[in-house]
Design a protein around this ligand. Structure first.
Ligand code: ADP
Length: 171
């Protein structure tokens, strides 16, 4: 059985993550989506909430399993007989760090990394940007699944920036 993992914080899952997950699910018999639990860094959503959202939005992919991991990703891979890590690449700025991690993971445990170029629709999208926009009442409905949009609105009641929409001078 060919298994791969998409690791990340998923705080919360965006359409960019979902694009990579759905494409990777077509390539492997089983795809794990593993939420990194980082005790020293509290997110907006708890790991359980992130998992719940991920389960909802990946329910249509029968070979996707959502789970958590802490510590080294390679240890998680070994424990679950996973040979491949799938990473989405948004831009060259992602590449430097991802290359180092991929080489380290290969050196540590022979785990391969597959880089998947993002759909250009999502190349600017990150969970942190989505949270920033939602925090100020911006519309993120094109960037996250509906259920995530609802939870963001509940968790981050808009602070209300300037209420009048910006208009170019002269209008
Ligand atoms: P972020 O908080 O930056 O959104 P995560 O740690 O949750 O990142 O991301 C997990 C994985 O998903 C990483 O491999 C990252 O490159 C990938 N990813 C994140 N956003 C996108 C996107 N918009 N398009 C493609 N891949 C993405």
């Amino acid at each position: 059985m060919k298994r791969a993992v998409c690791p990340g914080s998923f705080d919360p899952v965006t359409n960019g993550h979902l694009d990579i997950i759905s494409r990777a699910a077509r390539l492997y018999d089983e795809l794990y989506v593993a939420v990194l639990v980082n005790q020293s860094k509290a997110g907006l959503f708890t790991p359980d909430e992130r998992i719940e959202m991920l389960r909802e939005v990946t329910a249509e992919y029968p070979n996707v399993r959502v789970d958590t991991f802490r510590g080294l990703l390679v240890d998680y891979c070994r424990a679950h007989q996973i040979g491949v890590v799938v990473k989405g690449l948004r831009a060259v700025s992602d590449f430097d760090y991802e290359l180092q991690m991929a080489q380290m993971n290969y050196g540590l445990a022979g785990i391969e990394t597959l880089f998947m170029p993002t759909n250009p629709l999502y190349s600017f999208l990150s969970s942190s940007l989505v949270k920033d926009v939602a925090r100020w009442g911006g519309d993120v409905s094109d960037h996250v699944p509906k259920t995530v949009g609802r939870r963001l609105a509940e968790r981050l009641p808009p602070r209300g920036g300037d209420s009048a929409p910006w208009r170019p001078e002269g209008e």
